[in-house]
Design a protein around this ligand. Sequence first.
Ligand code: MG
Length: 330
Amino acid sequence: MSNRRTFLKNISLLTLGGLASRQALAAPSNTLSTNASAPVSMGTNAKQMGLQTYSLGQELLKDLPNGLQRLAKMGFTELEIFGYREDTGKFGDYNPQNTLFISPKEYKKMADDAGLKITSSHLTPSVRDYIPENMSKFEDFWKKATDIHAELGCKYMVQPSLPRIENEDDAKRVCDVFNKAGEITSQAGILWGYHNHNREFERVLKAGEKKAERPNRRAPQGTYIEELFMKNTDPKKVMFELDVYWTVMGQQDPLDWMDQYKDRIKLLHIKDRWILGASGMMNFPNIFKKAYEIGILGYFVELEGDPKGRTQFEGVEASAKYLQNASFVK
Ligand code: MG
């Protein structure tokens, strides 16, 4: 069986389509400026481009109004923010150095001034035990958060962290909470979603079942957590934001998941090792093609910290340029 390293090395053999050719990635720009530092027209030719602001963290928060202007100039049109504080209803950063906490009203005004829309937000309840006894605590969290996010004009509220799940029964209890959360946000016209990392592509068994000592590799035991989420949540209440990079890191092909759950996956996280397109391991032309085919509502670029110590703004700007130059991005 291939381990993760050989999987990544051999990714070109998968239906993902393999390493995208440099030529395909460097498709010529026809309508928009190739200079990411130049203002991009926000007219009818503007591409829909979202950014998860976690990508910038403190670099953005230390001068939010100017940072937002910079993002608009790179061509971003919408934001998915993070850092909702349950206690104050304000937004900040989980970084202990953070000193800025912004009210939804202030955040919206700054985004409006920059010509950006805050359409989505990542947030996770502080309650950790997904048991029926805690349902009212989850309800309180999502009700208050919904009021705050409605003030921001958000269309989506997305939970990005996986609760503790060891078996199918745990997953079902978690889905009961997800359904309740979706029911609450929908009352304000906000879609509730779940965002994956790679752990969602681990398989779990039914409670009490034991893994066979000699597993049959052709008939793996158990069900992917992501699949249990898809099957045990109500499509009217819960949608999915597929993080395509973490899906690949979970040894899965994002195209397969988009095909199989075309009615459930409404948003994407567009992510690479750092700058989009630079690693060659993500086939973004095919990912975008499939995304438009299934009618996704939007996507958000996301970058973790750079191991080489470049600023996050450099990575975000280079990624914006990549999308602006890509003929496969509408
Ligand atoms: Mg992500």
